[in-house]
Design a protein around this ligand. Structure first.
Ligand SMILES: [Zn+2]
Length: 75
């Protein structure tokens, strides 16, 4: 185990590899909850099936705001 892996923020999972050896797998404990890039609010809904432009990146309010600004031109 390398020095940066000696931390309690990583979860250790023992898995058997296809070759038959058992190895400890390190997985992050952190849940990745995505936030809007503009207003930093949590994004809602299923992010994988989000087909909207900038889906999973901006929230619907910020996106509509940016579309309006881009259509009206920079004032
Ligand atoms: Zn937003």
């Amino acid at each position: 185990m390398r020095p940066f892996q000696r931390t309690s923020s990583l979860r250790k999972i023992s898995r058997r590899t296809p070759s038959g050896k058992s190895k400890t797998l390190l997985k992050s404990r952190r849940r990745n909850s995505k936030t809007c890039a503009s207003c930093k609010k949590l994004l809602r809904g299923n992010l994988r099936s989000e087909n909207r432009m900038f889906g999973g990146y901006l929230c619907h309010r910020c996106l509509s705001k940016y579309i309006k600004v881009s259509l009206r031109g920079i004032s």
